[in-house]
Each structure stands twice: as structure tokens, then as C-alpha cells.
Design a protein around this ligand. Structure first.
Ligand code: DOR
Ligand code: ZN
Length: 351
């Protein structure tokens, strides 16, 4: 059987929620990844160091006993975030970034930043204290076509942000367009990007194959094939500016299969398998380790992991849903055949 062994990877963008959903989803992330950047868009959002530390404790309590997993916490940037809180966050060993959600851009972003230019003094503080800014890069104007939102965000905001704050470390999260790839490639080494498995595997046709497909709906929304190809090229290029961030975003099955279905794909249960599929299709499995296990750690100035994880090239059927205690979460590729499988062992220590 064909196998692939790589250094244990990290997920540089994941939503694990809290409460019952957290308990259902966190073990999947913790089994595959040594560490993960935890998104702060809870309801209410995680806006202070104290809240992030309490959330971290809740996450640690959900980690299976036989697994070694470190949550890397982030804070949700609001109009009322202070420079003092940014200094505090930068001084905490457990807080690794701030997340900028333009108000109204996505799930639980209503308390995000409505006036991005007004947040410049906060970007200055992040630049000064060297804590990364993670950006959901989409404009929110109702008259902007949904497929143009990311491109418009670059033109309207990102170009100026990196010009004004050249030493600010920025991660352009879940990039979905060739314009975003080009922007990141041409920016300084302080600018990087995460790429999700769904944006590597699907184009926007996947939203409407034989009917509407709510489990393929996420934000930023899937784009045209030419953009998917640009993302695959970037992810498999060996350029350290592009690294793994699943954006696994669990919602219950009934809130996805709904007249107003939530945005988000739950991929945590097969994240690495999906990336392996995408890299294999591009004939670039040899580039997976850098993308999944090295470049993110380097960008965040953290040590690379020391354990390994092995994937087997074998076919198996994805369950229709995950969850217990009355919760059902439909994963990406539910009921489909998967061609890679993580052979999990508990000898995956990391530094
Ligand atoms: O599809 C998405 N779901 N995109 C996001 O930016 C947020 C996420 C969520 O939290 O559900
Ligand atoms: Zn996200």
C-alpha cells in the first residue's frame, strides 16, 4: 500500500466553537494536528486575553486523553479593542494573533470592524508589538457582487494596510482568487495566506450540482475554476507564504440544510486526507509537508513539530454525519469515498 509520512502538521485556521459542538469536533482536529489557530468568532466573541484563556481551558478539557494538542488562541478585533489589550495579548504566551472580521462579512461578524481605516491605530499597535493580524478579506457592501468581494477588499483596503504598516505581519485568510494569490506573492515576507481544502478541490459549480449543495457553501464562496487552479498552483509551489488553514467551520446539519443555511464546511475529520487528494491530483505530494507542517510554524515564529503522521492510500466511505447527544454535523464529502486515510498513532509528540 502506498503511504505518505510527514512531520505532524498544524491547522492555522479553524473554528471549534464551544459547548456541545466543541466536544464533538475538537477531537478530530486534535488527532490530526499538533496545534491550531483557534478562531474567536464565538457568540459573544472572544475579545480579551482573559476570555481567550478561559476558552483555551474549555478547549483543553475537550482534548482526548491520549492526544497531545496545543490550541493557539486569537482575539476578535472590535472598534473598542484598545492598544493596551493588544500589548497584553502580545505578551501572553497563549495568544498568537488578532482576527479582523469586516462587520457583516460572515458568521458572527456583526461585532467586527465597520470602519477599517478607523482601526489603523490598532494595526500600528500590532505592528509595534509584533502580533499578527489575520484578515477575513471581503468587502461587505450589498451592491458588491459576492464573487468580487475578495478582489475588492485587496484594492480598497489591503494594499493600503500593508503600505502604511510594512512591518505588520498579516495573514490573508482562506484566499480564494488568483488576485489574492498574486497580491500575496508580490508582497513582503510579512504577508502570508492560508488555503482551505474546499477551495483547492472545488469550484463554484460544486454549489449547484444537481441541486443546491449547502455543505459546499462557505465564505468566501467558492470561485471559478481559473481561481481554483491558481490556488492549487500556489499551495503546491513550495512558496512558504502559503500554508494550511482548513477553516473547518462546523454548523449543525439542520442549520446548514435550511432556508437560510449557514456558511461553513466541516472538514476537520478528513482535513489532511483532503489536502493529500488535492496535492496528489497536482502531482505534488512531495510539497505537502512544507505546506502542512513547516511554513505556518515559521511564519508564526514557533518551532516546527517533531512527531510524524502517516497517510495510507486506501479507499473508505465517509460517514453521513458526526456528533452525539442529539447533535448532527454533516462533513464535507459525506457518504463519498475517500482515497487517503490518516493512520493515527499516539506517538506524535511535538516540541
Ligand atoms: O464559511 C465560513 N464560516 N466562513 C467564515 O468566515 C466563518 C465561518 C464560520 O464561523 O462559520
Ligand atoms: Zn474562518
Amino acid at each position: 500500500m502506498k503511504t505518505l509520512t510527514i512531520t505532524r502538521p498544524d491547522d492555522w485556521h479553524v473554528h471549534v466553537r464551544n459547548g456541545t459542538i466543541l466536544k464533538a469536533v475538537l477531537p478530530h482536529t486534535a488527532r490530526q494536528f499538533a496545534r491550531a489557530i483557534i478562531m474567536p468568532n464565538l457568540k459573544p466573541p472572544v475579545t480579551t486575553v482573559d476570555q481567550a484563556l478561559a476558552y483555551r481551558d474549555e478547549i483543553l478539557a475537550a482534548v482526548p486523553m491520549d492526544v497531545d494538542f496545543t490550541p493557539l488562541m486569537t482575539l476578535y478585533l472590535t472598534a473598542t479593542t484598545t492598544a493596551a489589550e493588544i500589548k497584553n495579548a502580545a505578551a501572553s504566551e497563549h495568544i498568537h494573533a488578532f482576527k479582523l472580521y469586516p462587520a457583516g462579512a460572515t458568521t458572527h461578524s456583526d461585532l467586527g470592524v465597520a470602519d477599517i481605516v478607523a482601526a489603523y491605530p490598532l494595526f500600528a499597535a500590532m505592528e509595534k508589538y509584533q502580533i499578527p493580524l489575520l484578515i477575513h478579506g471581503e468587502v461587505t457592501d450589498a451592491d458588491c457582487d459576492i464573487f468580487d468581494r475578495e478582489r475588492m477588499f485587496i484594492e480598497r483596503y489591503l494594499i493600503d494596510i500593508i503600505k502604511q504598516f510594512p512591518k505588520l505581519r498579516v495573514v490573508f485568510e482562506h484566499v480564494t482568487t488568483q488576485e489574492a494569490v498574486q497580491f500575496v506573492e508580490s508582497a513582503s515576507t510579512n504577508v502570508a495566506a492560508t488555503i482551505t481544502p474546499q477551495h483547492l478541490l472545488y469550484n463554484r459549480n460544486a454549489l449547484f450540482v444537481g441541486g443546491i449543495r449547502p455543505h459546499h457553501y462557505c465564505l468566501p464562496v467558492l470561485k471559478r475554476e481559473q481561481h481554483r487552479l491558481a490556488l492549487v498552483k500556489a499551495a503546491t509551489s513550495g512558496n512558504p507564504k502559503f500554508f494550511l488553514g482548513t477553516d473547518s467551520a462546523p454548523h449543525t446539519t439542520e442549520t446548514k440544510e435550511n432556508t437560510c443555511g449557514c456558511a461553513g464546511c466541516f472538514s476537520a475529520a478528513i482535513a489532511l486526507e483532503l489536502y493529500a487528494e488535492a496535492f496528489e491530483a497536482a502531482n505534488a505530494l512531495d510539497k505537502l509537508e512544507g505546506f502542512a507542517s513547516f511554513y505556518g510554524a515559521d511564519f508564526y515564529r514557533l518551532p516546527r513539530n517533531s512527531g510524524t503522521i502517516t497517510l495510507e492510500n486506501t479507499s473508505w466511505d465517509m460517514p453521513s454525519s458526526y456528533g452525539e447527544n442529539g447533535i448532527s454535523i454533516t462533513p464535507l464529502k459525506a457518504n463519498e469515498t475517500i482515497h487517503w486515510k490518516v493512520k493515527w498513532s499516539n506517538q506524535t509528540e511535538h516540541l
